[in-house]
Design a protein around this ligand. Structure first.
Ligand SMILES: Nc1nc2c(ncn2[C@@H]2O[C@H](COP(=O)(O)OP(=O)(O)OP(=O)(O)O)[C@@H](O)[C@H]2O)c(=O)[nH]1
Ligand SMILES: [Mg+2]
Length: 424
């Protein structure tokens, strides 16, 4: 077979590898691999082929069987492959063994997600969080460098220069981690101050699986101009916009990073600052791409991550998106039975958005308590009580009564949200 000649600028040619373990079905693993393919494409790779092996449990040395790895190694050299991507997390030793056998770079799903995050991080906050997650991921994997080094120095004994170097590397990484943590705390504090200034408003956060259409919905409702892409993790930051639901009720809507299955723990931990808006929201709007072949599994993953973030108690609104692309309308009927509270929309085609606005209005209004007071105007009491209204009262002196509607914040009774006056 002829070797393919390429320039450096061309995308990396990669092969995906998955294992069907005990208790897993083939379609499940195939679905995970097609998601892995979407992740790989998002990070700019060309997917040349996919290898799947059925085995009850992973091989400690190679994750898949040695025979399979040899088959892949042969494929790699014939097809000029640069990169192997495994769907499951590999141990540092497994990565090393597979790299040695195939002679090319080997990464797992976590490393791939971290790579995309690094690629898409735009704000300072996102960049700091991604670097922190990367360092936490690579710290236990620093042994690899030591192994290479120890080979150079002969690899005799455990107290050689290799280990000294490794200790230095680790110390530097730890220093960088604590520096980044401090930086992040400062950013978190600034955001906290900003949030407190907006505290009087009801807050709803768009959450959901990556690519569900959260940013599209954000833009449709608020003209926010958040970047929308048919890519995974297009959004890594949090955008907050005001959304006026009627002349008297405005809420805050936030759009943030999406979730994915096997979301690395380092990422969830590092992204607390980005997720703060969701963590403190009054309402979580869970956006689901109803056209995805396995949207139920995605809903489950999102719920699991919300559990991990201790957000399972929070009020939630389920929104099935992309109904414009749905061919099977039967599905909507089924889902209506299962989730009577859920809404069906198309963020892209602006279908069902008025329903959504109404629901948000009702939910936001639940936070307030309304009190009506009738004042006898002729006795002139109102002027003394409510000075700012005195001027309006002068203009309509023939009216009999003045009705005041006072809107309190339930959480904080002394805080009056709004007063409206009417004569009758
Ligand atoms: N047909 C259709 N496509 C939609 C709809 N809403 C979003 N999309 C498409 O779905 C893709 C993802 O949309 P985004 O709004 O970026 O999704 P997201 O949830 O913000 O994704 P991440 O930020 O990557 O987590 C884009 O290609 C959108 O054009 C919809 O209602 N109908
Ligand atoms: Mg987005």
């Amino acid at each position: 077979m002829e070797k393919i000649i390429r320039t450096d600028k061309q995308p990396e040619r990669c092969v995906l590898v998955g294992v069907i373990q005990r208790g897993q079905s083939r379609w499940e693993v195939e679905d995970h691999l097609s998601e892995l393919a979407a992740l790989a494409r998002t990070s700019g790779a060309d997917i040349i082929d996919t290898f799947i092996q059925e085995r009850p449990s992973p091989d400690p040395a190679y994750f898949i069987g040695k025979g399979k790895i040899e088959e892949i190694a042969e494929y790699v050299s014939f097809n000029d492959i640069d990169l192997l991507i495994f769907d499951d997390e590999l141990s540092p030793a497994q990565v090393r063994n597979i790299e040695n056998l195939t002679g090319i770079k080997v990464i797992d799903r976590t490393a791939l997600i971290l790579d995309i995050f690094a690629l898409h991080a735009r704000t300072n906050m996102a960049k700091v969080q991604v670097e922190l997650a990367q360092l936490n991921y690579y710290l236990p994997r620093l042994t690899r460098q030591w192994q290479h080094l120890s080979r150079q120095v002969g690899g005799i004994g455990t107290k050689g220069p290799g280990e000294t170097q490794l200790e230095t590397d680790r110390r530097l990484v730890r220093q960088r981690i604590s520096h980044l943590k401090e930086k992040l705390e400062k950013i978190a504090h600034q955001n906290e101050v900003q949030r407190q200034q907006r505290q009087e408003l009801f807050r709803a956060a768009l959450i959901g699986y990556t690519n569900a259409g959260k940013s599209t919905l954000m833009n449709a409702l608020t003209n926010a101009r958040v970047l929308i892409e048919d890519q995974l993790f297009a959004t890594l930051d949090t955008t907050v916009r005001r959304l006026a639901l009627n002349p008297t009720t405005t809420i805050l809507l936030s759009d943030t990073v999406g979730f994915i299955r096997k979301l690395p723990h380092h990422l969830v931990a590092s992204f607390q600052t980005t997720l703060a808006e969701a963590i403190e929201a009054d309402l979580l709007i869970h956006v689901v791409d109803v056209t995805h072949p396995h949207f139920e599994a995605q809903v489950k993953t999102v719920n699991q991550i919300l559990d991990e973030l201790h957000l399972n108690e929070k009020k939630r609104l389920l929104v099935f998106n992309k109904v414009d692309r749905l061919k099977n309308h039967h599905l909507i009927d089924q889902l209506r039975l299962l989730h009577p509270e859920a809404l069906f929309i198309s963020a892209a085609r602006h279908i069902g958005l008025q329903h959504l606005r109404n629901r948000l209005l009702n939910l936001a209004e639940e936070r307030y308590e309304i009190e009506q007071i009738r004042l006898n105007y002729q006795r002139g009491a109102a002027e003394h009580l409510i000075y700012p209204l005195a001027k309006i009262l002068e203009k309509s002196s023939d009216e009999q009564y003045l009705y005041l509607t006072i809107k309190y914040d339930k959480a904080n009774k002394s805080k009056i949200n709004q007063i409206t006056a009417k004569y009758r």
